[in-house]
Every structure is written in structure tokens, then in C-alpha cells.
Design a protein around this ligand. Structure first.
Ligand SMILES: *Cc1c(COP(=O)(O)O)cnc(C)c1O
Length: 462
């Protein structure tokens, strides 16, 4: 039988593909309606509610029914990925929120306490809000970030939620209700104008939230104009998404699923490299019939699927998990792209692992896969100056050091330049590292500090 699918024909999906076709979502207010939760002890459910009042919580029925193995809760990786855990807040913050909830505090009080706790969790890591907003005709252009010369990030306003939330999300702050924290764009035309004015931009990365929560009609308004001659230099269209994990039905049974596939096809036919940047944390997310079908359909459009994920304690802090994940991806025709270090925000203390541990997991996992699985770069820290990769630990003239390099830099000259930090077995982020060999600063520091003193314009970034 031919595996090639005719996109114009509505295929009758098999029974397993139609188990969850209606999107049903639960937030902290519907905790009591999530039936498998009821078998957990009352104390644990209360603790989850405490955390869910500070950090975003949103899960859907497909995740509950088909991804979480409830026999293995709380250790189950998808449960850890989506459900709040007591250890995600430090003790003082936890007790504070618990006390408010226990005495039946008013919603306004719960919110006020939540705001204070949230403010202490570094909601905007890596200077995201201040440093990367470009200008269009002399005005700041909201909803767009231009940090690296070739690539522009776009946050379409309709795509600033997700089908479920990840407990470790580094963009968590935009989901907890404070609108001022959102990067939102109202207008496709501003984006297109900006791109047209900057021929150095080869890549557009549409992100969120999750752009795949948008109706196809909205996506089309953003993406189809990229086929115009004045935007020919934008060769690559990336769409960052976790929908293959949280709602693969988006590509299979949703009302406008076929229209979406046709849109991807059209972009490919028009000469664009279309890449879904799929976020997978664990091979278990790629195991259901519906995600397999979604992957098959996306690939049939000519779009690529590249994968990326952070390394997280409680979820995938294990070389075997990564090796199996990368092998599964290669098997399904997906291309491993990045392994990230958990960022310095939100519930980081619950998820973070020392940099040296991240490197060990990366190295061991790499050793267990064939060359085609070794395309993921990392472990990489998305820090304010750029993406810094831990290349390894070495001993140079008696000094133990981390060997680092920029895989992306605010200044392109920094890219691929190796540099060295003192070995520190506990460090979990770039700002905890010190230059090796008695130097008092890293090679990029003066230049980076100078960039921060002024508003960042495109000229500055370019
Ligand atoms: C990672 C990243 C990109 C994309 O970088 P590539 O090296 O092209 O994958 C673009 N913008 C920001 C802010 C990023 O963090």
C-alpha cells in the first residue's frame, strides 16, 4: 500500500484517531473536574492548587487521557510536564499562598499574593523585553523580536496561548494574566513591512505561546504574503510549536486541518523552506496514533519538522530518554535541532540541573545514536548575549575548565569563538560562571555591556 497521502481527499480516520477530537481544556478552576486526579491524596491536590495559583496551569483531555500514565503518577514525565508540583515554589512562597487559600481568601487577595510571588521569579529572563524590540519607521514594533541578524521572531497576537502549558515554560509570565507582559502583535502588515525593509533577514520564526492554536485563516494572513517578490529574501519560515504533543489533532481532525496542510504546501511550492520547530521533551509524546498521523501528514506537505527541548530534572534528565527520543525522531523523519539548558526563570530550582550534568547527558545520549541523530546542538543556554553551548569539560595546563562557544550571538562576530570558564560543578547558568585562566572578564563582556546602555535599534543588532 502506498504511504503517500492525497491531501485533497478526506481520509476516514481510524477509531484510535477519533478518540479525542473535541478540544476540552481545564485550568486551575476546573481541578475538581479532572477525574483521574481524584485518586490522589487530598493533600497533594491542595498542594497542586497552591502552585497553580502562581504558575500557569492549563491541560486538555487528550493529554489527560492519552499521554499521562496515571499508574505512574506523580513520576510520570508528562504529568510532571503539565501538572503543578509542590516543589515548584520555594517553601516560603508556597506557605504564603497555601495560607491564603486555606482561609478561603478572596480572589483579589489570591491574585495580589500571586503577583508578588511571580515578581520574585525572574519573569523576564535574558532582557527579552528591553533588548530585542526593533523599530519600524522610528516606532517600536511590538510583537517582533530581532536579536540575531538573520532571524526575526514574531509573536502573533492570536497565538499567545498553548493547547496545554508546560510547567517549566520560560514564557510563563505571559500566561498568568498580566497583559503588559505579553509580546503581542496586532498587525501582519507591520511585520511584512519590517521584513521588506531588512534584506539580511532570511528566517522568520513564528512563535508564541503556540501559533498552532490559531485558526488557519489567521496563520494564512501572516504567512501567505511571504510569497510576495519583495519578501523573497525570507527563505525560511519556522513555526515554533508544541501542538504535536498537546494537540496533534490540529493537523488531522480539526475542522481546518486540511486547509493548514494546504497552506504549508503552498509555501513549500512557492520556494520557502518551511520548518515546524516541534517541542518534544520525551519520546512518550511521540507514541500515540494521532501524533504519528500528524507527523506523516505534515511531512507529506514538504515541510520539515525539527525538534528542540530543554533538559529538565523530573522529566528527561536521563541520557537513555534523550537517546530514545532522538532515535524515534530520526525514525519518524524528524530532525533533532537543539538541546537547551533550563532557563533562569519560574520554577527553575525544581527543573534545573548543573551544566556539567547537562553536558554529560548530552554526550552520553549522542554516543548512543547514529550520526543522523547527532544533529542536535547543545546543551545551549539562551542567555542575553546569545546562545552559549557547553562544548565540554577539559583540563588545560592543570586548570579544569568549561569549553564554551556561541552558537548565536548578539554580535555575529562572536559565533563559533571558543572561550573558557572556570569549572564549577554546581553552576546552572552562564551568569554563575567565571572566566578561566585568571582573566577578569569574558571576551564579549565589554561589547555586550555597551549594547545594554542604549536602546537597541536594528542597526545596533545588525
Ligand atoms: C534561538 C533563537 C533564534 C534562532 O537562532 P538559530 O540559530 O537560527 O536557530 C532567533 N532568535 C532568538 C531570540 C533565539 O533565541
Amino acid at each position: 500500500m502506498s504511504q503517500v497521502m492525497n491531501l485533497n481527499r478526506k481520509t476516514a480516520p481510524s477509531a484510535t484517531l477519533t478518540r479525542n477530537t473535541r478540544f476540552e481544556v481545564y485550568t486551575e478552576r476546573q481541578f475538581d473536574r479532572i477525574s483521574p486526579l481524584q485518586r490522589l491524596p487530598e493533600e497533594q491536590r491542595f498542594a497542586m492548587r497552591v502552585v497553580a495559583n502562581v504558575l500557569p496551569f492549563r491541560v486538555n483531555r487528550y493529554v489527560i487521557d492519552e499521554l499521562i500514565d496515571w499508574e505512574r503518577v506523580p513520576e510520570d514525565p508528562v504529568f510532571q510536564l503539565t501538572f503543578p508540583q509542590p516543589g515548584m515554589l520555594d517553601e516560603a512562597d508556597f506557605n504564603r499562598m497555601a495560607a491564603v487559600l486555606r482561609k478561603g481568601g478572596e480572589r483579589a487577595e489570591v491574585r495580589a499574593v500571586a503577583r508578588e510571588i511571580q515578581a520574585g521569579l525572574n519573569p523576564h529572563p535574558a532582557g527579552q523585553q528591553e533588548m530585542n524590540v526593533p523599530q519600524l519607521n522610528g516606532e517600536p514594533l511590538p510583537g517582533v523580536q530581532h536579536k540575531y541578524r538573520e532571524t526575526v521572531l514574531f509573536f502573533p497576537s492570536q497565538g499567545q496561548v498553548c493547547h496545554s502549558y508546560c510547567t517549566f515554560c520560560f514564557r510563563w509570565a505571559q500566561f498568568v494574566g498580566d497583559k503588559s507582559l505579553r509580546f503581542a502583535a496586532n498587525e501582519a502588515s507591520n511585520l511584512h513591512q519590517y521584513l521588506a525593509q531588512h534584506p539580511a533577514i532570511s528566517d522568520l520564526l513564528v512563535t508564541g505561546g503556540d501559533p498552532m492554536v490559531m485558526k488557519t485563516a489567521h496563520l494564512k494572513a501572516y504567512l501567505e504574503p511571504l510569497l510576495r517578490p519583495e519578501l523573497e529574501h525570507v527563505q525560511t519560515v519556522r513555526i515554533g510549536t508544541k501542538s504535536l504533543t498537546f494537540w496533534p489533532q490540529r493537523f488531522v481532525t480539526d475542522e481546518d486541518a486540511d486547509d493548514l496542510l494546504r497552506l504549508l504546501e503552498k509555501l513549500v511550492a512557492g520556494g520557502k523552506h518551511v520548518a515546524l520547530m516541534a517541542h518534544f521533551n520525551h519520546w512518550r509524546e511521540m507514541d500515540t496514533p494521532v501524533v504519528r498521523e500528524a507527523i506523516r501528514r505534515i511531512r507529506a506537505t514538504g515541510a520539515q519538522i525539527r525538534t528542540q527541548a530543554p533538559l529538565l530534572r523530573h522529566i528527561n534528565d536521563d541520557a537513555g530518554v534523550w537517546a530514545r527520543m532522538w532515535r524515534t525522531q530520526v525514525h519518524l523523519g524528524l530532525i533533532p535541532y537543539y538541546m537547551f539548558v533550563e532557563r533562569d526563570t519560574g520554577a527553575r530550582q525544581y527543573f534545573e540541573v548543573p551544566l556539567v550534568r547537562a553536558w554529560e547527558v548530552y554526550r552520553e545520549a549522542m554516543q548512543r545514536v547514529s550520526g543522523l541523530g547527532r544533529t542536535a546542538r547543545g546543551p545551549s543556554m539562551s542567555a542575553a548575549p546569545g546562545k552559549v553551548e557547553i562544548q565540554g569539560v577539559a583540563e588545560i595546563q592543570g586548570e579544569k575548565v568549561f569549553v564554551l562557544r556561541f552558537i548565536q550571538g548578539r554580535n555575529p562576530d562572536w559565533v563559533q569563538q571558543p572561550f573558557f570558564a572556570k569549572y564549577d560543578p554546581e553552576a546552572t547558568w552562564l551568569d554563575q560562571l567565571e572566566p578561566a585562566f585568571g582573566e577578569n572578564k569574558f571576551f564579549f563582556e565589554d561589547e555586550f555591556n555597551a549594547m545594554q546602555d542604549k536602546p537597541v535599534t536594528v542597526r545596533r543588532i545588525a
